[in-house]
Design a protein around this ligand. Structure first.
Ligand SMILES: Cc1cc2nc3c(=O)[nH]c(=O)nc-3n(C[C@H](O)[C@H](O)[C@H](O)COP(=O)(O)OP(=O)(O)OC[C@H]3O[C@@H](n4cnc5c(N)ncnc54)[C@H](O)[C@@H]3O)c2cc1C
Length: 500
């Protein structure tokens, strides 16, 4: 019997421990031995508290119940992102981008059709949350947990304490035979082929490996520092490169949604956990200095007189030209990061791991699969980026050069330009999204949420014919009200999970 392949993960942040768990679960029977090295001194980034519905699949895949991990990570449910203050000139105080559920099969088309009808000048309903069931749940503070006999699958994500999630996943990975090495890597030794061979640790140990997974965060120790894989910045259309973070006490009734509020030179997140509320201001240092950002966030949170300490972070927004180079796969911040407006970072980490497992199982480490993998990841990043860029491009704020420059910025991808063109020309956006095959990134309903949510419509025409509003004609409000009777309050469900 040959030796099992040694896979060495560098970094014990959320990316590293997610990878360790999924690799241990899926690759152990393919004769892969896994080690994870993390520095006892450097720590993790310590933010990243909101997810997309993809994270539910992660826990389901590993057979971990919500009642087990959620209380351990102070987690709450998330069904929606509520955007406040992004489009004041269109008269929009706030709008929702709910996660799309199976139940919305009945209402997505009416939403798309109404959005187009409204672009043609008729005064019909286009508020996203009126068409999407998770918008109903968010407005009513209901948990997305369905009774056994409820016939539709409800999609939802979570909010959680990222440090606690790391600890939870670490314990589980170590119980599943992942070797945990706590040490600083001081040198990365490569072969003449440029493949990585050995990691030199500060305590004198040398760790040899066959395949390496770089989860070393923004340091990108292997992928960028050692293998010199070039980094493609997204700064030309995502201006934000910094964040300031301040916690506030837990809310008595944690909402089932993240709140993303636009401020003078960026936006703040509000993420409700069961033990505290996470808040952070994501901004551009080209337009706002650190101290002014902190003061603005404190004012926004009513913390001007508080001595709670703020934490400052720099973000490198973009992606490496290859996610997998030689015998090294980059995951998480080491490979790329799109700013957190739609909380997509861990979503991309998870997809990166899952797609790698598929490729590895099919073709082990062949160059063909590596190239396919790189193309898929690169495309994913670009399409997620475009959706985030849309929020900045479409803003109608006029309170700073930051917002005006974002609105006037024409450094947009061809794909995004075409989507906006179809919308403004009153064309069929759903069809365009299908034509561009964007459904597996952000689908037609998400794009309608943003464009309709921002109120990007012409003035309503005079002489309305009085028909054509599919919200009422299809009886959607009554249908959703009936469905909502099956759901319990978010606060009650979370209380049930708490240990006695
Ligand atoms: C402001 C902000 C907000 C965010 N919000 C969200 C969000 O809402 N949702 C979301 O999904 N994501 C979010 N993210 C992204 C998310 O935080 C990260 O994707 C996630 O935490 C994964 O980080 P990581 O594991 O790649 O890196 P890190 O957490 O930085 O971990 C790096 C690891 O590498 C180790 N390491 C580094 N160098 C060495 C060395 N020489 N020797 C040994 N070990 C080493 C460190 O010790 C650490 O264990 C946000 C990010 C930022 C900056």
């Amino acid at each position: 019997m040959s030796e099992p392949m040694h896979m060495v993960i560098v970094g014990g942040g959320t990316a590293g421990w997610m990878a360790a768990n999924l690799f241990a679960h899926h690759l152990a029977d393919q004769r892969v031995r896994i080690s994870l090295i993390e520095s006892p001194d450097l720590g993790t980034i310590g933010v990243g508290e909101g997810s997309t519905p993809t994270l539910k699949r992660f826990f389901n895949d590993l057979g971990i119940a919500e009642s087990e991990w959620m209380p351990a990570c102070h987690a709450t449910y998330k069904v929606n992102i509520r955007f406040a203050g992004w489009s004041p000139q269109m008269g929009v105080a706030e709008y929702s981008h709910p996660f799309i559920s199976q139940l919305d099969t009945f209402s997505e088309r009416p939403f798309h059709v109404n959005s187009r009808t409204r672009r043609l000048g008729l005064d019909v309903e286009t508020t996203p949350e009126k068409f999407l069931f998770n918008g109903y749940l968010a407005n009513r503070g209901l948990a997305p947990v369905t009774p056994d006999n409820f016939p539709f699958r409800i999609e939802y994500g979570y909010h959680f304490d990222s440090g606690k999630l790391g600890e939870f996943l670490r314990t589980r990975a170590v119980a599943n035979q992942v070797e945990h090495i706590q040490a600083n890597i001081t040198e990365v030794i490569t072969a003449p082929s440029k493949d990585i061979q050995t990691l030199q640790l500060a305590d004198g140990r040398r760790i040899e490996g066959d395949f390496f997974v770089d989860c070393s965060g923004f340091r990108s120790l292997l992928l960028q520092n050692t293998l010199k894989v070039p980094f493609r910045s997204f700064k030309e259309n995502l201006f934000n490169g910094a964040a300031v973070v301040l916690p506030t006490p837990a809310m008595e009734k944690p909402p089932v949604e993240t709140r993303a509020t636009a401020l003078s030179n960026g936006w703040t997140w509000q993420i409700p956990l069961t033990n505290r509320t996470g808040n952070g201001y994501v901004y551009s240092t080209d337009y706002l200095d650190k101290d002014s950002a902190e003061t603005e966030l404190r004012r926004h949170l009513g913390l001007l007189d508080s001595d709670v300490e703020a934490r400052f972070l720099n973000m490198r927004v973009g992606q490496t030209e290859q996610a997998w180079s030689h015998n090294c796969l980059g995951l998480g911040l080491s490979q790329g990061f799109i700013e957190p407006l739609e909380a997509t970072a861990l979503h991309l980490v998870q997809l990166g791991i899952e797609i790698f497992i598929d490729k590895f199982t099919a073709g082990e480490l062949s160059p063909q699969y590596r190239d396919e993998y790189n193309a898929i990841i690169s495309e994913r990043f670009e399409r997620v980026r475009d959706y985030i860029v849309g929020h900045y491009k479409l803003n109608t704020r006029d309170d700073s050069a930051y917002w005006r420059d974002n609105r006037n910025n024409m450094a947009l991808s061809e794909s995004l330009l075409q989507l906006l063109d179809v919308w403004y020309r009153k064309g069929d956006l759903t069809q365009e999204i299908q034509r561009q095959q964007l459904e597996s990134h952000f689908g037609a309903t998400s794009w309608h949420c943003m464009l309709a949510g921002y109120g990007i419509f012409p003035p309503v025409a005079p002489n309305q014919p009085g028909t054509g509003d599919l919200l009422e004609e299809n009886g959607l409000p009554r249908f959703f009200e009936g469905c909502a009777l099956n759901f319990q309050s978010h606060t009650d469900v979370l209380t049930r999970y708490r240990p006695a």
